[in-house]
Design a binder for this molecule. Structure first.
Ligand code: SF4
Ligand code: SF4
Ligand code: FES
Length: 238
């Protein structure tokens, strides 16, 4: 079995031979590094789909290397929209800045007892492991590197619906620019999330909350609906 890995120094895919047998991509990378090419660089943490460290793209789709079952001919590349430090290792600092910019935390803490039902309400969003797969899959970053993006907006939704949040509007105010209205609702983020999180739906909910706070879609006012065809010239007079 062969897999092909994009090497940063040559910017070409290098083919590596692997022993037959089922293996995760991460095990394959460790095997290559130990037996064939010690210069191959990648990141690894928990090996159990918990830390979010090992995300890469395989055949153009984001995957956790520790969960993905490697197949013959796989093309392995680093995440999109992240500076490549070396091979599959990327710098995730800029992506994490979106959490800071979205102010996705409790703004004004108020005492409130959370019930099991309350915890269930945001349980899925809380499961985010910050793997950046959704960030890499989001097409908006190709045109707007300042977009807050899927995982930061999912976190903004998680805290803006928390019963202990005493100032929901503060979060909603902070996600208007480069935020909820810049999303195309394409659903790529939802498709690649290894934790079953649905950032597209969370962004849709945040749009509804934004409208309740008095905001409107800024692109709506500038949209052209064309010239209506009345079947006659309304300015011609009678
Ligand atoms: S749904 Fe929105 S946030 Fe998600 S990938 Fe598409 S544009 Fe990006
Ligand atoms: S929302 Fe999902 S894909 Fe995005 S960073 Fe969190 S766990 Fe990863
Ligand atoms: S090594 Fe932690 S998620 Fe893969």
């Amino acid at each position: 079995m062969h897999i092909n890995i994009l090497r940063s120094q040559t910017n070409t895919h290098q083919a590596y031979t692997l022993p037959e047998g089922e293996s995760t991509l991460l095990s394959a990378l460790v095997h290559i590094k130990a037996t064939t090419d010690a210069t191959l660089t990648f990141t690894v943490g928990c090996r159990a789909s918990v830390c979010g460290t090992c995300s890469v793209r395989v055949n153009g789709r984001e995957e956790l290397a520790c969960a993905y079952k490697v197949k013959d001919g796989d093309m392995v590349e680093p995440l999109h929209y992240h500076p490549v430090l070396r091979d599959l290792k990327v710098d995730k600092n800029k992506a994490k800045e979106t959490l800071l910019n979205s102010t996705a935390w409790l703004q004004s803490f108020t005492q409130a007892a959370l019930t099991t039902k309350d915890e269930k309400h945001t349980e899925t969003q809380t499961d985010c492991i910050l793997c950046d797969s959704c960030y890499s899959a989001c097409p908006v970053y190709a045109v707007n590197p300042d977009f807050l993006g899927p995982f930061a907006l999912t976190r903004a939704y998680r805290y803006s619906t928390d019963k202990r949040e005493g100032d929901t509007k503060a979060i909603i105010d902070n996600i208007q620019n480069n935020g909820v209205w810049d999303c195309t609702l394409c659903g790529e983020c939802t498709a690649v999330c290894p934790k079953g999180i649905d950032p597209k739906m969370d962004i849709t909910m945040l749009r509804g909350m934004s409208i309740q706070e008095g905001y409107t879609d800024p692109t709506f006012a500038t949209q052209s609906f064309g010239t209506p065809d009345f079947g006659f010239d309304p300015n011609a007079g009678f």
